[in-house]
Write a protein that binds this ligand. Structure first.
Ligand SMILES: *Cc1c(COP(=O)(O)O)cnc(C)c1O
Length: 386
């Protein structure tokens, strides 16, 4: 038993290294051209890392503003004391407008109906609603099309309750080298911004770069970069790894709640998808499962680390518990062997002695991206900040 910083009620937790968050913010600030502002994207509870604690560190490390996905996420930050601008990255339903105004949140906007309703409500409240005009330059997710940009502004700009605090777009392929679609998005965005300016419309802050864009496309930084995944020590694609030194923030750990040595031929877990083949194999249980983000599709396909030794996870991952096998030394006399006992610390994501398992490793096995794996571990496990 090496560590004892787990929650009192549950032997499974996520460890968040706030020093690594600080270091990553600073590393990104060095990537910014002079005068470019840093927006820290903390949507989805900071990609599962805990938005309130992460935003506090980011604010002190020099964030200019924050981005969230929903008004509720913005309210949570305001209630925790964040005073920087907070942008909601998509247009919420009109019913969210009172919340936006009460908590001074700046929505992404692309429909005239929403813009006017927001302006009306702001004027009624004696304030001015700040919004960021989204431009759809090719991803076809949200935004005003470049063709409609001037008409949109013509239809809403008369309103005294509205002010355009920003114009932005989002890249679909910023991490793909020398990409035609990326260049097309850049051209459409630049042309649209220039058309708005020529027509005399206020643009506020112009922003488009995400994590890989900030690193690889300095010419597109404009007034602000929206950095998300990189702040958590993860790369959007391997290509950016040589440009910036990022420190991983999240580790996932548990402690053994039971360890026994079943007879050869005995099965493990629902469906008994694993059977004991070697005498002396230990089956150890840890108290987290797919409801904690340990996706069931990882069953019998992942390892854990205990006492610096990699051990195979065995049997189907359950909703709240998972088993792994500790092979006897006789199976492979050349591999390090270990025995585990009640309370031993198990690393699912992170480093233990010379062994490490990353969110990228797990994402590869799951055929998804590190973003999703991190978000999933944020679902239920308690976060311990170190
Ligand atoms: C999530 C998101 C970002 C951040 O993207 P990363 O790849 O995590 O840096 C930036 N802008 C928008 C609009 C987003 O939705």
């Amino acid at each position: 038993m090496r560590e004892n910083n787990c929650p009192p009620d549950r032997w499974a937790w996520v460890e968040i290294d706030l020093g690594a968050v600080r270091s990553n913010v600073r590393a990104f600030k060095k990537q910014l051209e002079s005068g470019v502002r840093m927006m820290c994207v903390v949507k989805a509870d900071a990609y599962g890392h805990g938005a309130v604690r992460c935003a506090d560190v980011m604010s002190k490390a020099g964030a200019y503003s924050f981005a969230v996905a929903t008004p509720s996420e913005g309210v949570e930050l305001r209630k925790s004391g964040i005073e920087e601008p907070i942008v909601v990255l998509s247009e919420p339903p009109i019913s969210a407008i009172p919340m936006l105004i009460e908590y001074d949140l700046e929505p992404a906007v692309y429909t005239i109906e929403f813009a006017l309703a927001f302006g009306e409500a702001a004027a009624d409240a004696g304030t001015v609603g700040k919004y960021h005009m989204a431009i759809d330059t090719g991803m076809h997710r949200i935004g005003v099309t470049p063709d409609d940009a001037l008409d949109f502004r013509h239809a809403v700009d008369f309103h005294r309750g509205l002010t355009c605090a920003g114009v932005f777009t989002h890249f679909a392929t910023a991490e793909v080298p020398d990409d035609w679609d990326f260049r097309m998005q850049c051209k459409r965005f630049t042309d649209t911004v220039n058309a708005l300016k020529s027509a005399g419309y206020e643009t506020g802050l112009i922003h488009c770069d995400n994590t890989p864009g900030t690193i690889l496309h300095k010419g597109m930084q404009f007034d602000m970069c929206r950095v998300g995944i990189g702040l958590y020590g993860l790369h959007a694609a391997p290509i950016t790894a040589s440009y910036i030194d990022l420190k991983p923030v999240m580790a996932v750990k548990a402690r053994v709640t039971r360890a026994i040595e079943p007879e050869v031929g005995e099965g493990v877990g629902y469906g008994m998808t694993y059977r004991i083949a070697n005498k002396g194999t230990q089956i150890a249980t840890i108290p987290l499962g797919y409801a904690d983000g340990l996706a069931r599709e990882l069953s019998n396909r992942m390892d854990v680390i205990v006492n610096g030794t990699r051990c195979p996870q065995v049997g189907n991952i359950c909703m709240d518990q998972t088993m792994f096998a500790v092979p006897p030394a006789s199976v492979n006399p050349f591999a390090p062997s270990t025995r585990v006992g009640y309370g031993d610390v198990v690393t699912l994501i992170g480093q233990d002695d010379d062994e490490a398992i990353t969110l990228d490793d797990m994402a590869r096995t799951r055929r998804t991206i590190n973003y999703e794996v991190a978000c999933d571990f944020g679902l239920r496990l308690e976060k311990i900040y170190v």
